[in-house]
Design a protein around this ligand. Structure first.
Ligand SMILES: *Cc1c(COP(=O)(O)O)cnc(C)c1O
Length: 394
């Protein structure tokens, strides 16, 4: 049993360690703020001066080229946001109304919403404590008990639905165990769609995340590693899918000099040139952001080195993480300790946050099929995210 006095000292030691890392406590310290120290003004001003602000212009092409170059993906298609990119990714892998799509219970709601937009149902999967992402071995056990491959597709034997795809998410930028997950998808005839919204600049065995499945989605929302205000991208190494990705995200319009012909239901998901201009300036600074974020993570490691009962999440084996969001992990799940830390830190103007509410605890996704979620539930009671803006390291 921990005594009330013991508790309070652990709490105070943790708070002191956080305060040592964060240099300036006079103003509130955000969880993750964008940094605009490069060519943002110049590029955005050029869009306005030339009137190329909307769905055509050179910055979209340039941004896509830069994303390809940075990630090593064969193709990149920019979109209005990461959720739209995920939605398009699911359509591109053949997800249909009535299908099921495996997603982690521990994710941001966008993953589940994108599945819902296709008319499919999220099917919730437990987490691996070592990566904070999908636990491939637990999922394999579960599928052996509840699913079977018939005529080249995986069927849920309980619901009769096709399990079409798995969408692992690289939590806080830490890559999932992609060797185990790609093997699982091959064995079960399931499409692999990476939710790489948080993992720009994260690598698994030297290869950039987003290159391991059929398609992947990135996000450039205001709180991500780089931002376009709002924005996202689809990555793929398949030329036919890249072409189709561009087509369905640009209203499925067929080429003609003036006629408006569209050959299927398409989406207005194209990233405006104005946002792409911001994105180009941000990618130029990405290597520097990643260096700063790694330095900040190191400051957290050092501050917590001698603090017992907690640790700071480190990149998994064989991975290089972007350290998008630093996570304080309590050794043992304890909602009371977690909530008291959140109270104290936020009271000090340090915007610490809990992890997202687990999908099965949201009313809208409470009835989804799901496996045992013990590890995700334990992680929910262990995680406190700490301020992680790159400039905090300066
Ligand atoms: C940010 C994010 C997305 C996409 O969000 P948008 O705000 O639509 O760009 C998707 N999945 C996860 C896990 C995210 O963190």
């Amino acid at each position: 049993m921990t005594t009330p006095a013991g508790r309070s000292s652990t709490h105070d030691v943790i708070v002191d360690a956080v305060k040592r890392v964060l240099p300036d406590l006079r103003s509130p310290v955000a969880l993750h703020e964008p940094s605009f120290g490069g060519n943002e003004w110049q590029y955005v001003k050029e869009c306005i001066d030339t009137k190329w602000v909307s769905s055509a212009g050179k910055y979209v092409d340039r941004f896509e080229e830069m994303l390809k170059g940075f990630t090593g993906a064969g193709y990149a298609v920019a979109t209005v946001n990461g959720t739209a990119a995920l939605h398009a990714c699911l359509l591109l892998t053949g997800v249909e109304h009535g299908d099921e799509v495996l997603i982690p219970a521990l994710t941001f709601i966008a993953t589940a919403n994108a599945v819902s937009y296709t008319g499919a149902r999220p099917h919730l999967v437990d987490s691996d404590t070592a990566t904070l992402g999908v636990d491939a071995s637990k999922l394999d056990h579960y599928l052996r008990e509840t699913a079977a491959v018939r005529d080249g597709v995986c069927r849920n034997l309980r619901t009769g639905a096709v399990i079409r795809a798995l969408v692992p998410m690289h939590t806080f930028g830490h890559p999932v165990d992609l060797d185990a997950i790609t093997a699982l998808c091959a064995r079960w005839q399931i499409q692999l769609v990476e939710d790489a919204a948080e993992s720009l600049g994260s690598y698994y065995r030297g290869r950039h995340t987003g290159n391991f499945g059929t398609v992947a989605a990135l996000s450039f929302n205001g709180n991500k590693v780089i931002t376009t205000g709002g924005g996202g991208a689809i990555l793929t190494n398949d030329p036919a899918l890249a072409k189709l990705a561009k087509h369905i995200t640009t209203t499925a319009r067929t080429a003609h000099r003036w006629s408006f012909m569209h050959d299927q239901v398409g989406y207005n998901y194209r990233l405006p040139n104005l946002n792409a201009a911001l994105g180009c300036a941000q990618v130029e600074q990405l290597p520097g952001f990643l260096e700063s974020k790694r330095a900040l993570a190191q400051r957290y490691f050092d501050a917590f080195e001698d603090v017992s009962g907690v640790s700071i999440m480190r990149e998994p084996a064989h991975c290089r993480s972007n350290y998008w969001l630093n996570a304080l992990l309590l050794d043992r799940p304890d909602v009371a300790v977690r909530d008291r830390l959140l109270e104290t830190l936020n009271g000090l103007g340090i915007m610490a946050r809990p992890v997202w509410t687990l999908m099965h605890r949201l009313p809208v996704y409470a009835d989804c099929p799901r496996m045992d979620l013990a590890q995700a539930e334990a992680l929910d009671a262990r995680i406190v995210n700490l301020p992680s803006s790159p400039f905090l390291a300066d």
